[in-house]
Design a protein around this ligand. Structure first.
Ligand SMILES: Cc1cc2nc3c(=O)[nH]c(=O)nc-3n(C[C@H](O)[C@H](O)[C@H](O)COP(=O)(O)OP(=O)(O)OC[C@H]3O[C@@H](n4cnc5c(N)ncnc54)[C@H](O)[C@@H]3O)c2cc1C
Length: 383
């Protein structure tokens, strides 16, 4: 059996990003096998994220915005991003670009196969896919399903259904995406619309919820239809594409390094920010660290400095406020975004200093967050 340097189990966003970074690094000639059950030739999702400066996928971005719009409880208007840009990358553009780049490397193999098993052995990480065995020094696994069924944790879901609509009348401002529009019935939850305009007559309109109960397709569609009818002067419109997704918003403990030769990456590795569901940009950052460590030390292990772990506590407190309905979510988000312009993006990137974080906390309703903080501590200490 051929032994690879690296097997990438799951060639989706994280797996393909990792393969791309490896080929761009001094490890570019190492043998890599990418296993995925899909061809990755469909536009199965769209990623949005904020970023300072230019990133590795700048040339294939679908849209970039300097300003975003917010519709909250006490404020409606633009939010300046400062040095950040809000960026949109279509799945198909990402897959096509990365796969074309990887095709230039004879040392990178791809196989379309279903992975049945991944386990560690003294010889390396071992994978069975379509009943064939494969082995490598390291297996990077993005196929592992997180076990969210743990009662002491907060396990919310970010779930959404979106339509790309083409309208009869020009009704969107292409330079102003709506990142959160709370003018939808909240039903005691956190529910909002997200509108990403491609041009004056085309936009992705997405109904998004943060809670623990998925809706039926008809329920998402009813809210989408009502929102468009009430707030967008479309004339007639046609639905060109649909998107549906569920992202874990959970503070369950994840194991990025479950054993010596296996590293979990992407959602499987716990790279999703628990309080927002944003995963794309964190994955890029963490994979950079993994490749850097491989180059420098021969080992991929990423360590989070202990003081940085405070952000996990903040995420848990935030999830607790949402899960326990301690304060209306539309008001919490209005305070987060409106009273903390720019700082909020740095905070969500976990790049702020403690003084900035304390300033941000003073803009939150103090009692619900204090109660949530003590509840989180109680759960962590006593279960
Ligand atoms: C519709 C949607 C929209 C999203 N939008 C955003 C966004 O705007 N911004 C953001 O930051 N995050 C977003 N996310 C969250 C996150 O960025 C994506 O889910 C991202 O694709 C996660 O990357 P990943 O590599 O962990 O998983 P994936 O990209 O899903 O890759 C996992 C791969 O493993 C393969 N696989 C799984 N099991 C097996 C198996 N047994 N055998 C073989 N192959 C297997 C799958 O085919 C897949 O290609 C979105 C998620 C969804 C679902």
């Amino acid at each position: 059996m051929k032994k690879y340097d690296f097997i990438i189990a799951g060639g989706g966003m994280a797996g393909l990003s990792l393969a791309y970074y490896l080929t761009q690094s001094p490890l570019g000639n190492h043998s890599i096998l990418i296993l995925d059950r899909e061809q990755k030739d469909r536009n199965d999702r769209t990623w949005c994220f904020w970023e300072r400066g230019t990133g590795p996928f700048e040339s294939i971005l679908f849209k970039t915005w300097q300003t975003v719009h917010f519709h909250g409880t006490t404020y409606t208007g633009p939010l300046e991003l400062g040095e950040y840009r809000y960026k949109m990358l279509r799945g198909i553009d990402f897959y096509s670009f990365v796969l074309a780049e990887l095709a230039k490397y004879p040392n990178v193999e791809r196989q379309q196969a279903t992975i049945n098993r991944i386990k560690d052995t003294p010889q390396g990480g071992f994978v069975i896919a379509n009943d064939e065995p494969y082995i490598a020094d390291y297996v990077f696994d993005s196929t592992y399903s997180l076990n969210l069924d743990q009662p002491d944790n907060h396990n919310l879901l970010q779930h959404f259904k979106g339509w790309v609509i083409q309208t009869e009348k020009p009704c969107f401002n292409p330079s102003l995406p709506e990142i959160m529009d709370f003018r939808v019935e909240q039903h005691g939850d956190c529910r909002f619309m997200y509108v990403l305009p491609f041009d004056e007559k085309t936009a992705l309109v997405e109904f998004t919820l943060f809670n623990d109960k998925l809706l039926t397709m008809e329920e998402y569609e009813t809210d989408l239809r009502q929102y468009i009818d009430r707030f967008v002067d479309t004339g007639t419109y046609e639905i060109r594409e649909t998107e549906y997704g569920v992202i874990p918003m959970s503070d369950v403990a994840t194991q990025e390094n479950p054993s010596e030769h296996i590293v979990r990456i992407g959602t499987s590795g716990g790279y999703t920010k628990a309080s927002t569901g944003y995963t794309f940009q964190r994955t890029q950052r963490y994979l950079h660290d993994i490749v850097h460590n491989l180059v420098e030390t021969g080992k991929p292990t990423r360590r989070t400095p202990w003081f940085q772990k405070r952000f996990k506590l903040y995420d848990s407190v935030f999830l607790n406020v949402l899960e326990k309905h301690r304060h209306p979510a539309d008001d919490v988000f209005t305070r987060v975004y409106v009273e903390n312009p720019r700082r909020v993006f740095t905070f969500l990137d976990e790049d702020t200093r403690l003084t900035d974080e304390l300033r941000l906390f003073t803009t939150m309703p103090w009692w619900p967050f204090t109660a949530a903080f003590f509840d989180v501590i109680r759960r962590k200490m006593f279960g």
